[in-house]
Design a protein around this ligand. Structure first.
Ligand code: ATP
Ligand code: MG
Length: 751
């Protein structure tokens, strides 16, 4: 489980404790109209991750209600992505289209209840009638149709007897609802199109708002997790299930912020355009943010999961720096993959005083990596080094080979330059050098000092390979269209040379090419005749400050993790950083909360003021970062009814167990509304926490007496029911019973 619990997991835990569900059931519901991207990976990690953490299960459901854009190739890509990330769905893949008959029946039921009607206004009129945020809408005259007429028309629509756009089915809710979504939302529309799965049977297709909640209900989903843009649709979700009476163990919708990453696009429309335009080679082009793209590029599933973990789950949209994803893959590969030598731009070196044919033994891993293994590297008179590792006119601090400065050949000997051969244009074409026999790596007894070690390959045994270097696909930090594509995002090098040990007998191999970065044998184009390697990522973040070019053997980032601030790119100001540091070190707040407070002037000053009155910084911070933050979002300081001192008082009442955390939320709301003193509210409403076992035990007895079956099941081993009992007792006391005491007593009783 992730380091700190996110708000979705808190909800799940509360529901389990309250006995709302016996098992957590989630779903990942993509529409098969494109290849999944890293945003979907976040959703996959959340949905499958939560099911796994709480012993439940997660369904993979194709939300395929739109016949014109969907295709089985996307279904396959979605299945591949989930499997590759290491998750398993329960039973077979589900398809909303399999529920079309049931959904149709539910629609008929709504019509019979007088809760749905066939509207025959045009699309434009429907929009016009809907009204605006400040003006109520008008209901269509067709809303007056009789049940019989509606049933007959809806059936005709289904049978293909009506034109597209001629009619729609709408829910009869409220044309003046403040939430515009509730103004008689569309439930069905006519489409005469072939569905990739359902064929040509259907001429009406359900809208998302109707199909989604019902599919969730049909599958027994408990937590329907979606992205923030559906917040207002939640009211329809609830309306449909409540109106149809599907309320037993019903699912509830919860929203989280969708993932955005800079220098890339996540919209399926733009991704499709990129693929169609030929600006990329296909859905699995290694520059795309699709799972297939990352996979082909060489990212590991572990790195994607660790990235999703590191960005956390939040309620506020933000953009994550792509550097954070690159950090995740570097961090994963650093200790996993062998290090070998490859020269991308070869420059010939002839060692004049060497005539042998030696084979050196070189470890694949540096000493600080707990892995073993080595390979043989041939060494002879003719070698190649990287062109940029030699300089005729070295800048200051140049640590590599020059006419006057020797250098070490990694795993081998020190060489000194004797002669530089140039062509007519002055381009260096060869270096004649001498080697120092007593300088062999590992048994160096020479007294020659060098400043760095460089990679090289033996001319006779090196193998020619193709190397593909990728840069960001977009040059713009927040790309809007294909015009922002970076024309230099792919560089192909056909003349790189690699040491002979790197002969692959199985695909799926990753390497660190020393001083260059991490590389992956391209799973599609790699052949023995033309070995192709994709650059996964460099050894350091080349987009942040360009480091001095001569940083030899760039030590991969040490294991210390950088502070990963939830989904933020904007650097903190000095003041914010100082607050953040104090909050995390001195006050021991977790990074998420500290980040929220430090970056918001209103919140941090409220917090600071309350801290003076209360010495539980963590408890206080939690309330300020959640309840207070929500209240202050749209309020000016002078409209605020409650004070930091009152909030501190509320926290103290939690700390001394006068009230439970749950009740505290209720008290807070009252306090925010009326400005009343929290102690006063608690007293007035009789909310004091009940911790006395003498008062709780009789309630437990009663709950057990009322539910003998569950007692038996629990004793027979169904321990999941523990939450049920806790929930029942809490309910009987209106949430006032001290949950810790309840837990302990129930455990005692049920033994
Ligand atoms: P469309 O634009 O076609 O609606 P979508 O990006 O919403 O595309 P879906 O296939 O409907 O794609 O998404 C499947 C699931 O993945 C949904 O639950 C959705 O909330 C989630 N999801 C999609 N994009 C992101 C994202 N960028 N971050 C997090 N979750 C996402
Ligand atoms: Mg969608």
């Amino acid at each position: 489980m992730s380091e700190h619990k996110d708000f979705l997991r808190s909800i799940v835990e509360e529901d389990l404790a309250a006995g709302k569900y016996e098992e957590v059931v989630t779903r990942f519901p993509p529409e098969p109209n494109g290849f999944p991207h890293i945003g979907h990976a976040k959703s996959i990690c959340i949905n499958f991750g939560i099911a796994k953490d709480y012993g439940g299960h997660c369904n993979l459901r194709m939300d395929d209600t739109n016949p014109t854009t969907e295709d089985t190739k996307y279904v396959e890509a979605l299945k591949d992505a989930v499997e590759w990330l290491g998750f398993k769905w329960e039973d077979g893949v589900r398809y909303t289209s399999d529920y079309f008959p049931k959904l149709y029946d539910y629609a008929v039921e709504l019509i019979k209840m007088g809760k749905a009607y066939v509207d025959s206004l045009s699309e434009e009129e429907i929009r016009e009638y809907r009204g605006t945020v400040t003006e109520a809408g008008r209901r269509s005259v067709y809303a007056e149709r009789s049940v019989e007429e509606n049933l007959a028309l809806f059936e005709k629509m289904k049978n293909g007897e009506c034109k597209e756009g001629e009619h729609v089915l709408r829910a009869k809710i409220d044309m003046s609802a403040a939430n515009m979504k509730l103004r008689d939302p569309l439930l069905y529309r006519i489409r005469h199109a072939h569905h990739y799965r359902a064929g040509d049977v259907w001429h009406v297709y359900p809208m998302y708002d109707f199909a989604h909640c019902l599919s969730d209900s049909i599958e027994g989903i408990t937590h329907s997790i979606c992205t923030l843009e559906f917040e207002n649709n939640r009211a329809i979700y609830d309306w449909v299930l409540d109106t149809l009476g599907l309320t037993k163990q019903r699912p509830y919708q919860h929203e989280f912020a969708r993932l955005g990453i800079n220098y890339t696009v996540m919209s399926k429309r733009l991704l499709l355009e990129l693929v169609k335009s030929g600006k990329v080679s296909g859905w699995d082009d290694p520059r795309l943010p699709t799972i297939a793209g990352y996979r082909r590029r060489g990212y590991t599933p572990e790195s994607i999961i660790s990235f999703c973990d590191s960005i956390g789950v939040a309620k506020a949209n933000s953009t994550v720096d792509v550097a954070q994803l690159e950090f995740a893959i570097r961090d994963d590969l650093n200790t996993k993959v062998p290090r070998v030598m490859c020269v991308l731009d070869p420059l010939k070196v002839t060692i004049e005083n060497y005539d042998g044919n030696e084979v050196l033994d070189a470890s694949y891993y540096p000493e600080d990596v707990p892995k073993e293994g080595s390979r043989a590297i041939p060494f002879s008179k003719e070698l190649y080094i990287e062109r940029e590792d030699f300089s005729l006119n070295p800048p200051k601090d140049y640590n590599r080979l020059t006419p006057d400065q020797p250098v070490r050949l990694r795993h081998a000997y020190i060489i000194t330059c004797k002669e530089v051969i140039q062509d007519a244009d002055g381009t260096v074409v060869e270096i004649k050098a001498v080697y120092h026999p007593d300088s062999k790596s590992g048994s160096d007894t020479s007294s020659i000092k060098v400043k760095s070690a460089i990679q090289w390959v033996d001319a006779a045994s090196a193998k020619k390979v193709e190397v593909r270097l990728y840069d960001r696909l977009f040059k713009d930090e927040a790309p809007q269209s294909l015009d922002d594509v970076n024309p230099d995002s792919l560089q192909i090098i056909k003349t790189a040379l690699i040491e002979p040990a790197v002969i692959l007998d199985r695909p799926d191999e990753r390497f660190q090419f020393e001083r260059q970065g991490y590389f992956y044998a391209d799973p599609v184009d790699y052949t023995d005749e033309n070995p192709v390697f994709n650059k996964i990522v460099g050894l350091k973040d080349s987009w942040s400050k360009k480091k001095k070019a001569d940083n030899l053997e760039p030590v991969p980032k040490p294991q210390t993790k950088v502070v990963q601030i939830e989904g933020e790119v904007v650097p903190m100001s000095q003041r914010e950083q100082a607050l953040f540091d104090r909050y995390t070190t001195e006050l021991k707040l977790n990074h998420e909360v500290a980040n929220t407070l430090a970056r918001d002037e209103k919140l941090s000053s409220f917090y600071e003021a309350a801290l003076g009155e209360c010495d539980s910084p963590v408890g206080l911070a939690n309330i300020v970062a959640n309840e207070v933050a929500r209240e202050l979002k749209d309020t000016e300081a002078d409209e605020r009814k409650f004070s930091p001192a009152q909030t501190a008082k509320l926290v103290k009442m939690i700390e001394d167990e006068t009230i439970s955390t749950k009740i505290a939320k209720q008290v807070f709301e009252e306090m925010a509304l009326s400005g009343k003193d929290p102690a006063h509210i608690v007293q007035e409403q009789g909310l004091t926490q009940i911790s006395d076992p003498a008062l709780i035990v009789p309630i437990i007895d009663e709950v057990m007496a009322k539910n003998p079956d569950n007692v038996e099941k629990f004793r027979a081993g169904n321990t999941k029911l523990f939450g049920f009992f806790v929930g029942q007792v809490l309910k009987a006391t209106d949430g006032k019973a001290n949950p810790q005491v309840v837990n302990a007593l129930i455990e005692e009783k049920l033994k």
